[in-house]
Design a protein around this ligand. Structure first.
Ligand code: FAD
Ligand code: NAD
Length: 473
C-alpha cells in the first residue's frame, strides 16, 4: 500500500466519502481515514449520517409511523385491526440491517473507485502529512491535498450527563430496548422532535424541555406555530422557556429539575434524551503548531470555497460553518474535489433545503417571512392548504399548507415553506425553481399531474397573484 496520495480525506461521513468518490472519479489517487466503529466494534463507513443519524432515525420514524397509523388512523379507512403491538427489538433490528446495507455499500463504492480506506484517527501534521493511529493502521501518509471532513458529535450538558443507560444522546435514543412509559427530551430542535415523535408514536408519554421561549425559531413563524399546535395535539408535551438545573439517576428513574417562569419544577422519567445540538469533532484534528484556525466554537475556519488557511488543505461538512446537514456536506465534497482539479465549482448556500421528518413533515428553502420583514424586502405571499387538495384528502393526510414568498417587484421566489404530507419530497420542486431563479408565475404555468400533492405547490404559486383556483375566500 502506498503512503503517498493526491488526496487524503479525514472522515467518511456524507461529506468525506462523497469527496473521496468524486476525487477518485476525477483520476486522483485517494485515501480516506475514518475512525467510526459500529456496535460490534467493527469499522463502519458513512459517518454519523449512515450509522447513527439520518438513516437510522428515518428507519425508526417510518416503523413508528406505521404503528401509529394502524393504532389511530386505519379505522378511518374502514379497516379494523385489533391487538396491534410493537416488537421493539425487531424494529431496531430492521434499522440496523438498513444501516449495515448502506455502510457496506460505501465499502463497495470505495473498492470500485480504488479508494484506500484506513481505519484510525487521522491527524493533520505539517507539510500536508496525515498521521493515522489508534485503529487497525499506524501510518503517516503524504498528501498533495487534504480534505478535513471530521463531522460533529452531540453536545453534552453537565446538568444531565449521558450514562447510556437512563440518560442517552441521539445515538442511544436510536437503540432503546423498550418503549419508556415516560420519556423526557431536553431540546425541542430537529433531533428532539424527530426522536421524541418516534417514541411518542409507540406509546411513550413524552415531555420536551426547551430552553428558548420560542418554538423552532429558524422555521417560518406561521409554519412553526402550526407545527407546535399539531405536535401538542399528538401528545408531545412541549414546554418552552425551561432551564434544566440538575438531574438525578436512581436504579430505574431519572429526576430532572428545571426552572421556568412559574418557578422550580421537576419531572420523574423512565428515560431522558439529551438533544441540545452538535459540536464539531475538531479537538484533535491537527497538530497545534501547523496553524489550522478554528473559531471560538471549534469549527474549522474556511473561505467560500472551503479552503482553510493552510495551502491545499480544505474542510467540509459539519466541521465548518453553515447548516449541519448531510446534503450540504456532500455538495461541499463534490465542489472541493472539482476545485482540486482546476474546475469551477460552487455550492449555492442560499438554496439548501431543510426537512424535519415529523408527521406532518416540515420543509423549507430560502428566506422566511420574518427574514424578509427584517431585511425590509417587499414580498407577496401565496398560500394553499392541503385540506383543499384531493390527493391529501384521499390519503387521509389533509393537514398543513404550502407558503410561497415572492419578490413584490420581480415575482422571483425568495422562500418556500411547507408543512404537510411528504413535503420532504415536494420541497425538491421549490429547490429546482429557486436554483433557476424562477418566479411564482413560472411555477403557476407548469402543468402538475392530477391528483397529486404537488398541486398544492401549483395552487400556492397561483395564490401569489391571488388566482388560486380551488379556494373559496
Ligand atoms: P459525519 O457524518 O459526522 O462524519 C464524520 C466522520 O469522521 C465520522 O465517521 C467520524 O467518526 C470521523 N472522524 C472524525 N474525526 C476523525 C479523525 N480525526 N480521524 C478519523 N475519522 C474521524 N442531516 C440531514 O441532512 N438529514 C437528516 O435527516 C439528518 N438526520 C439526522 C439525525 C440524527 C439523529 C443526527 C445525529 C444527525 C442527523 N443529520 C441529518 C445530520 C447529519 O448526520 C450530518 O449533518 C452529517 O452526517 C454530517 O456529515 P459529515 O460528513 O460532515 O460528518
Ligand atoms: P438543534 O440545534 O436543532 O436543537 C437543539 C435545541 O436544544 C435548540 O432548540 C436549543 O435551544 C435547545 N437547547 C440547547 N441547550 C439547551 C438546554 N440546556 N436545555 C434545553 N434546551 C436546550 O440541535 P439537535 O436537535 O441536537 O440537532 C443537531 C443538528 O443535527 C441539527 O441542527 C441539524 O443540523 C442536524 N439534524 C438534522 C436533521 C434533519 O435534517 N432532519 C435531523 C436531525 C439532526
Amino acid at each position: 500500500m502506498s503512503d503517498s496520495y493526491d488526496v487524503v480525506v479525514i472522515g467518511a461521513g456524507p461529506a468525506g466519502y462523497v469527496a473521496a468518490i468524486r476525487c477518485a472519479q476525477l483520476g486522483l489517487s485517494t485515501a480516506c481515514v475514518d475512525k467510526f466503529q459500529d456496535k460490534q466494534g467493527n469499522p463502519s463507513l458513512g459517518g454519523t449520517c449512515l450509522n447513527v443519524g439520518c438513516i437510522p432515525s428515518k428507519a425508526l420514524l417510518d416503523s413508528s409511523e406505521h404503528f401509529h397509523r394502524i393504532e389511530h388512523q386505519i379505522d378511518a379507512h374502514g379497516i379494523k385491526v385489533k391487538g396491534a403491538s410493537i416488537d421493539v427489538p425487531t424494529m431496531i433490528g430492521r434499522k440496523d440491517k438498513i444501516v449495515s446495507t448502506l455502510t457496506g455499500g460505501i465499502k463497495q463504492l470505495f473498492q470500485a473507485n480504488k479508494i484506500t480506506h484506513l481505519h484510525g484517527h487521522g491527524r493533520l501534521l505539517g507539510d500536508n502529512k496525515v498521521e493515522v493511529s489508534g485503529g487497525t493502521e499506524e501510518r503517516v501518509l503524504k498528501a498533495t491535498h487534504v480534505i478535513l471532513a471530521c463531522g460533529s458529535e452531540p453536545i453534552d450538558i453537565p446538568v444531565a450527563p449521558v450514562d447510556d443507560k437512563l440518560i442517552v444522546n441521539s445515538t442511544g435514543a436510536l437503540d432503546l430496548n423498550k418503549v419508556p412509559k415516560r420519556l423526557g427530551v431536553i431540546g425541542a430542535g430537529v433531533i428532539g422532535l424527530e426522536l421524541g415523535s418516534v417514541w411518542r408514536r409507540l406509546g411513550a408519554e413524552v415531555v420536551v424541555l426547551e430552553a428558548l421561549e420560542s418554538f423552532l425559531p429558524a422555521v417560518d413563524h406561521q409554519i412553526a406555530r402550526e407545527a407546535q399546535r399539531v405536535f401538542q395535539a399528538q401528545g408531545l408535551d412541549i414546554r418552552l422557556g425551561c432551564r434544566v438545573t440538575s438531574s438525578d439517576v436512581s436504579a430505574k428513574k431519572v429526576t430532572v429539575r428545571y426552572s421556568n417562569n412559574e418557578g422550580e419544577q421537576s419531572e420523574e422519567l423512565d428515560r431522558l434524551i439529551v438533544a441540545v445540538g452538535r459540536r464539531p469533532n475538531t479537538a484533535d484534528i491537527a497538530a497545534p503548531d501547523i496553524g489550522l484556525e478554528l473559531d471560538e466554537r471549534g469549527f474549522i475556519q474556511v473561505d467560500d470555497h472551503c479552503r482553510t488557511g493552510i495551502t491545499d488543505v480544505y474542510a467540509i461538512g459539519d466541521a465548518v460553518r453553515g447548516p449541519m446537514l448531510a446534503h450540504k456536506g456532500s455538495e461541499e465534497g463534490v465542489a472541493v474535489a472539482e476545485l482540486i482539479v482546476g474546475q469551477v465549482a460552487h455550492v449555492n448556500y442560499d438554496v439548501i433545503p431543510w426537512v424535519i421528518y415529523t408527521a406532518p413533515e416540515i420543509a423549507w428553502v430560502g428566506k422566511t417571512e420574518q427574514q424578509l420583514k427584517d431585511e425590509g424586502l417587499p414580498y407577496h405571499t401565496g398560500m394553499f392548504p392541503f385540506a383543499a387538495n384531493g390527493r391529501a384528502l384521499a390519503m387521509n393526510e389533509a393537514v398543513g399548507r404550502i407558503k410561497i414568498l415572492a419578490d413584490a417587484h420581480t415575482d422571483q421566489i425568495l422562500g418556500v415553506h411547507l408543512i404537510g404530507p411528504y413535503v420532504s419530497e415536494l420541497i425538491s420542486e421549490a429547490v429546482v425553481a429557486m436554483e433557476f431563479s424562477a418566479s411564482a408565475e413560472d411555477l403557476a404555468r407548469i402543468v402538475h399531474a392530477h391528483p397529486t400533492l404537488s398541486e398544492t405547490m401549483h395552487e400556492a404559486a397561483l395564490a401569489v397573484s391571488k388566482r388560486a383556483l380551488h379556494k373559496t375566500n
